[in-house]
Design a protein around this ligand. Structure first.
Ligand code: HAM
Length: 415
């Protein structure tokens, strides 16, 4: 027997109400903030991700699903959604549209990670990108949108973490200070952090090992090394967030796992949660479009993990509305009744009423059991007498009350 690949899952019908609910809330948030949908290919040139996510990151080093296709092209299943949107922005001439261009996506994402609760090899993201404006008020708006989206789902006990990690000008000074600090602790660091010290010192700050965390507590803070422009940007952002009534907690160790970020970074986490439970995150990436061959174009965005959101909805006991299904089940006894059932179902569906018709030659009891299992409101039962009279026995599934109804009256009764 084949099994779904490790770290992937099937989203079965009884889970779909959660997915529908979260997608609906995402789309509503996008309508409120003026984001338009974009869908990009599931795979892209490998170089796009190496260039944007960054050589020294876990994603590029260990997690990409990369292969050579039959034409000899190196392609990668998208391990995140920002780079494809930036590629499309450039390729499709969106720099000529009114700026900022505000786009959102609902997309599957592929990372070869060690699977565990809330960490899959194929997961799904709701993401937003606002490209073409460096105004800190836009940062505040994107963060507010992310925050409002999570609140609109009914989730509680969330925290919004915020930091600024500077820009091309001030980052090198900060990295030097960080590397200098960590050099004194080299022997106490975990093996991963020792190699990060050379390749990606920012990532030392969010190592989850308790011994490394203790060292990170005393590490230099990025906000103390910001250039005047980045400092002003961060101050204005916090002011605009106050106006948006969104309450961030400044977390000096928040750095994110992708290399393209500049200035603002943020994450939404369940209170007391670990990095594995982060529901969403994002930030500015003012150099990325230029890195991909465009003119300097500031941008900011975020993405949220659908599976983690649904996990939290369940944990917090948040009920979601059931998905609408067929209203009527038609049960029949005998071939003549079956023919009436087929014609009746066709007419009702044409009139816009959802109908399930029994199949095969099961007993009436078995047919009604099926109707019950599918949660329909009514069952119409047709036997030889009903065929002769042009009627059905209409059964209210909630209370088993039955009445005989002329077929012609059914559509009106069901709407
Ligand atoms: P990210 O933090 O790598 O950011 O992923 C965003 C969210 O996707 C995470 O907060 C988490 O909820 C979910 N997620 C990530 N990996 C997994 C996984 N293996 N299993 C389940 N859920 C996962 C980005 O991808 C950026 N592109 C976000 C962004 C958009 N930044 C600017 N614009």
């Amino acid at each position: 027997m084949y099994r779904a690949p490790r770290g992937t899952t099937d989203i079965l019908p009884d889970e779909q109400a959660y997915w529908y609910y979260v997608r609906q809330k995402a789309v509503e948030a996008c309508q409120l903030y003026g984001y338009q949908r974009i869908d990009s290919p599931v795979f892209e040139d490998t170089g796009l991700f190496v260039r944007s996510v960054g050589q020294g990151t876990d994603i590029v080093e260990k997690e990409m699903y990369t292969f050579t296709d039959k034409g000899g092209n190196r392609v990668t299943l998208r391990p995140e959604g920002t780079a494809p949107v930036c590629r499309a922005y450039l390729e499709r001439g969106m720099h000529n549209w009114p700026q900022p261009v505000k786009l959102y996506y609902l997309a599957s994402i592929f990372r070869y990670e060690r699977p565990q609760a809330g960490r899959l090899r194929e997961h799904h993201q709701f993401g937003c990108e606002a490209i073409g404006d460096g105004d800190p008020a836009l940062d505040a708006e994107v963060i507010a949108m992310a925050w409002q989206f999570f609140l609109s789902l009914g989730l509680e006990r969330l925290s919004l973490q915020l930091n600024s990690i500077g820009c091309r000008q001030c980052r090198p000074g900060y990295l030097a200070a960080l590397t200098g600090y960590y050099a004194g602790y080299r022997d106490e660091l975990c093996p991963d952090c020792r190699s990060r010290l050379k390749r990606n010192p920012l990532r030392l700050l969010d190592c989850k090992k308790p011994s490394c965390q203790r060292i990170a507590d005393g590490a230099p803070r990025s906000v103390d090394h910001l250039c005047p422009e980045c400092q002003a940007h961060f101050e204005k952002l916090r002011h605009y967030l106050e106006l948006e009534a969104v309450p961030p907690v400044v977390n000096h160790r928040l750095v994110r796992g992708l290399d393209y970020y500049t200035r603002t970074v943020f994450e939404v986490q369940p209170e007391g949660g670990s990095a594995q439970s982060t529901l969403g995150g994002g930030g500015r990436y003012d150099d990325l479009i230029e890195e991909l061959g465009g003119k300097p174009t500031p941008a900011i965005g975020f993405a949220a993990g659908m599976e983690r959101i649904i996990l939290n909805l369940r944990e917090q006991g948040i009920a979601v509305p059931p998905l609408p299904g067929p209203q009527l089940f038609i049960a029949y006894l005998g071939e003549a009744a079956r023919q009436v059932a087929v014609r009746l179902a066709a007419n009702l569906r044409r009139a816009g009423t959802g109908v399930l018709v029994a199949t095969g030659d099961r007993s009436l009891k078995a047919q009604l059991r099926q109707a019950n299992a599918r949660g329909v409101r009514y069952a119409a039962i047709i036997g030889a007498d009903e065929v002769a009279a042009g009627s059905v026995v209409l059964r209210d599934m909630a209370n088993a009350r039955q009445e005989t109804v002329p077929v012609a009256k059914l559509p009106a009764l069901l709407t």
